[in-house]
Design a protein around this ligand. Structure first.
Ligand SMILES: [Fe+2]
Length: 549
């Protein structure tokens, strides 16, 4: 059975599940070049079919995430796509949109009428692709939950989803066992830790989607005073997680008067960690399921994921690598498929990088051959920046070694140079990668599955910050990836080439994009960016381009 999965909200995308296997997946932003591209993912649908060599009539079913409250943006798609309305959550218009959308979801008759209108519009859109297969609308949080459960490969797990809202809900808890998801609890909008996080992110002057910078800032201050404020509003108790107040800007201003920005960020991060950890601990204790599986935009917060897994006593942790709404297409397709889901071996599910240009002005070009690793290691040791654009693209916001910018973590001046070139905010910590076999030498944090995909932090061992200052954040944590020779052969080989006796190699693995732009897709675009950013080297599948002095 071939199922086309679609996410058409903010950060749209599409995927194909064939015989239970997620064979390809891409976010629309990677094809249009617009970060978090919203709306109908026409380019992604076309790419998926072309990749699979499938004709439109080969699609047996279509699964589209989100049922209720979406008819209007679907109807006004060209406007929705163009304006890409990722407005800060504290804007009045956005607040109204949130209320209307959740209002529709809360009333059964309205929700059904809205879904019928959605189905009508979506069928028409699919017909333009030549697809006539039946369309199923899939509940937002069920799709998040299934993406994580099926993606984990665990036989049994506790699945928790949290975001601002979707289909009227802000968080859900599920039992995953025997290939079935059973919902144990659901919290309606607006009882959302993510909503609170988003409101405070906007209050601090950050743009929508910049919660990561707030989390980065949080590590630099004492959380005590801010935590007391937010803990009045966001509370876990028994089976529930409640946000008692959706604070408008004037309330935040009054409650947080006299607190520095970093104190507010630290307090928010701490209060959210406290509540979410207590909530999940309750459900782990109650169900006896100690493998924890997470999805939903809140769990883009890698520090939160570590604290929650540790405090809740999780035996293992998996976070769906495309944890935000861009990952909904995968969960929707798996839910619709009649075949048992098969966990993907890697997240390299997107388009091939393709060939790079033969030559690039200012760069020497030669074939990518056996000698390349030595040359790359030499450049990295000297503080050079090496770009990689090879193989299939990662599905999700993190680059895992196919669209990466690498440099040695003992070169702060390189971090500053790259940060400037990418216009990257200084608050965003750089994330390191080690070989799987070296994992325990840099941290004592358990080797959770989440470290495959850089979706959780680890506590750095003593001495790591001295040797690799760029890798360790202000709070002593690493946003760590463990590279395996099977999953990430190129990245693993580069690390091995960098190994020196007695010191396991540790590189920074940053995504190949300018700040506020999507990660590059093609090697051709990577080459343009390599020249513009003055990278020292670009490695593609067929060529090595080295910048000449
Ligand atoms: Fe969501």
């Amino acid at each position: 059975m071939l199922v086309l999965g679609i996410a058409d909200g903010h950060d749209a995308g599409a995927c194909l599940v064939r015989a239970g296997r997620l064979i390809c997946a891409v976010s629309e932003e990677r094809l249009t070049g617009r970060k978090r591209q919203a709306g109908w993912p026409g380019e992604s649908v076309a790419w998926c079919l072309a990749f699979a060599g499938a004709a439109p009539r080969d699609v047996d079913a279509v699964a589209i995430a989100e049922v209720a409250g979406r008819a209007a943006p679907r109807l006004l798609d060209s406007w929705y796509r163009r304006t890409n309305p990722n407005l800060p959550m504290n804007r009045a218009t956005n607040r109204i949109v949130m209320r209307v959308q959740n209002g529709i979801a809360a009333f059964d008759l309205l929700a059904r009428l809205d879904a019928a209108a959605s189905r009508f519009v979506l069928r028409d859109r699919l017909r333009r692709h030549g697809i006539a297969a039946p369309v199923a609308l899939v509940d937002h949080h069920a799709a998040h939950a299934m993406s994580a459960a099926a993606g984990s490969g665990f036989a049994a797990a506790l699945v928790v989803t949290m975001d601002a809202f979707g289909d009227g809900l802000s968080s859900t808890v599920w039992r995953w066992s025997g290939g079935e998801l059973v919902r144990l609890a659901a919290e309606p909008f607006p009882h959302s830790a993510a909503l609170l996080y988003g409101l405070v992110t906007a209050y601090l002057g950050f743009a929508e989607g910049e919660e990561g910078q707030v989390a980065g800032l949080a590590a630099t201050a004492d959380p005590t005073r801010g935590r007391a404020v937010f803990a009045q509003w966001l509370q876990a108790g028994g089976s529930r997680l409640r946000l008692w107040r959706v604070p408008a800007a004037h309330l935040l201003r009054r409650a947080l008067a006299g607190l520095a920005r970093a104190e507010i960020a630290a307090g928010l991060q701490a209060a959210v960690q406290d509540a979410v950890a207590e909530h999940i601990r309750y459900w782990i204790d109650r169900t006896g399921l100690d493998r924890l599986v997470l999805a939903g935009g809140l769990f883009a917060n890698v520090r939160l994921n570590q604290v929650v897994a540790a405090r809740a006593g999780a035996g293992d942790l998996f976070v769906f690598p495309h944890m935000g709404d861009g990952g909904l297409c995968a969960g929707a397709a798996w839910l619709r498929s009649d075949d048992a889901p098969v966990a993907p071996e890697t997240m390299f599910l997107g388009p091939e990088a393709g060939p790079s240009p033969e030559t690039l002005p200012g760069f020497a070009s030669r074939d990518n051959d056996a000698a390349v690793m030595g040359e790359v290691a030499r450049l990295l040791r000297r503080g050079g920046i090496v770009g990689i654009a090879a193989g299939r693209q990662e599905f999700g916001p993190r680059a895992l070694g196919h669209r990466s910018l690498l440099f040695a973590a003992d070169h702060p001046e390189t971090a500053a140079r790259l940060g400037d070139a990418l216009a990257r905010p200084a608050l965003m910590p750089f994330a390191p990668v080690v070989r799987e076999g070296d994992f325990a030498t840099v941290t004592a944090t358990p080797r959770w599955r989440a470290f495959d995909h850089m979706t959780v932090t680890a506590d750095a061992r003593a001495g790591v910050a001295d040797r690799h200052p760029v890798a360790v954040h202000a709070d002593g944590t690493l946003r760590l990836q463990a590279a395996s020779p099977e999953r990430e052969p190129l990245l693993h080989a580069i690390l091995t080439a960098c190994a020196a006796p007695g010191d396991p190699p540790l590189l920074i693995n940053s995504s190949f994009n300018r700040h506020r732009e999507p990660i590059v897709t093609t090697a051709a675009r990577a080459a343009e960016l390599a020249a513009a950013l003055r990278l020292d080297c670009l490695v593609t599948a067929d060529r090595v381009l080295v910048r000449q002095p």
